[in-house]
Design a protein around this ligand. Structure first.
Ligand code: PLP
Length: 389
């Protein structure tokens, strides 16, 4: 089967919810992949921040495969070994106290929102259920996480949404604090707004908000679905901002390519949700957890510092390319403003030139695998430069 035949069948039978590019990716290794016509691409997308270790990392695949041959699933009615190992590692490396495993980013945020609301009910009163998020945020596609998402573009035609969300202007501390009142149980933010355009929040704003939340017993919820798992050059972006969140949500890179999410609860929230109050059939799947352990173990200090160096290098090279007006981001989460060519056009030219790129709103976005080699970076940048010329 070639690109065209795979595309035709997809168009006939798969719900038309994705604007796909006309190639079918059939295999990959490291940061290289190939389509059904055997054309090679350098991958600067990592499946939108998922393939943290690139395509088909052998140690990760072996851990998943060995676990599949041992126990692929039981249920959350019983303990399993890989679940506890990943939870322990996450807690030890973040200072958080307990973990709930979900299957996606949106589900992680749902868990965080439920926990914050129950905390508000228990600690304050039943009216304390509002959650403040930010304009330009993105928190998922379920009805509640769409309500949490501060972008109108996602809201059309899906009303009514879950009540109790309001959107504050990012980086405007007085305006943000003026929207917090006695009925606010939590504030939910991304530290780098990913889908909003790869926009890192100002450190002073984040620190000011965190201090206000701590002083007023308002929970600080950090959505690290895109920024987490080494993407910004530290295990979690909150470390770079020097803050201590009450809840952190994770997904994307955690499974290295398999679906898993997690909600990390800090001291205040560790025991808020009780048995029966939150659950999911597939959560903490043993095979996916076995792979997640390999991903976590790979992201040591030396590895993370290389993520930082590679990110800085790519940003500097991109900034000198034709059509690039400005470049920003953190670590290997990179956004560029273009002129003379739109971001979707640049992505299409990228495909013609053998490099996979992303958009984030009207900006170009790069989320290469964290393991991308210097040789793959050079080749990818060479192709990106041709695409932008
Ligand atoms: N939160 C953030 C910050 C995201 O970037 C995303 C997805 O892009 C989500 C939540 C939703 O994650 P998922 O698509 O796994 O539900």
């Amino acid at each position: 089967m070639n690109n065209a035949t795979i595309q035709q069948r997809d168009l006939a039978y798969v719900a038309n919810t994705y604007k796909r590019f006309p190639i079918a990716v059939t295999r990959g290794k490291g940061a290289r992949c190939w389509d059904a016509d055997d054309r090679e691409y350098i991958d600067m997308t990592s499946g939108i921040g998922v393939n943290a270790l690139g395509f088909c990392d052998e140690a990760w695949a072996k851990a998943v495969f060995d676990q599949l041959l041992t126990l692929q699933h039981t249920s959350n009615l019983y303990y399993t070994l890989p679940c506890g190992e990943v939870a322990e590692t996450l807690c030890n490396r973040t200072g958080m106290k307990k973990v709930f495993f979900s299957n996606s980013g949106a589900e992680s945020n749902e868990g965080a929102i439920k926990c914050a609301r129950k905390y508000g009910h228990m600690r304050k009163d039943p009216g304390c259920h509002n959650i403040l998020t930010l304009s330009q945020s993105f928190h998922g596609r379920t009805v509640t996480t769409l309500a949490a998402t501060g972008q109108d573009a996602f809201h059309h035609q899906f009303h009514p949404f879950t009540d109790g969300f309001a959107y504050a202007p990012p980086n405007d501390l007085p305006a943000t604090l003026s929207m917090i009142d006695a009925n606010t149980c939590g504030v939910l933010i991304e530290l780098v707004q990913g889908e909003g355009g790869v926009l890192p929040l100002d450190t002073a704003y984040v620190k000011g908000l965190a201090a206000y939340c701590a002083a007023n017993d308002v929970l600080l919820l950090i959505d690290e679905v895109q920024t987490g798992m080494g993407r910004t050059g530290s295990l979690f972006a909150f470390e770079r901002y020097g803050i201590h969140p009450d809840i952190v949500t994770v997904a994307k890179g955690l499974g290295g390519g398999l679906p898993i999410g997690a909600v990390l609860f800090g001291e205040k929230c560790a025991d808020v949700l009780a048995p029966g109050e939150h659950a999911t059939t597939f959560g903490a799947n043993p095979a996916i957890c076995a792979g997640a352990k390999v991903v976590l173990d790979r992201l040591d200090k030396a590895f993370l510092s290389e993520v930082d160096q590679k990110g800085a290098y790519i940003r500097q090279r991109l900034a000198a390319m034709p059509a690039v007006e400005s470049v920003g981001g953190l670590g290997l989460m990179i956004g560029a403003t273009l002129s003379g060519v739109t971001a979707p056009e640049a992505v299409a030219h990228g495909i013609s030139n053998g490099v996979l790129l992303l958009t984030a709103k009207d900006r170009l976005r790069l989320l290469p695998p964290l393991t991308i080699s210097w040789e793959e970076i050079e080749e990818g940048l060479k192709r990106a430069e041709k695409a932008l010329s």
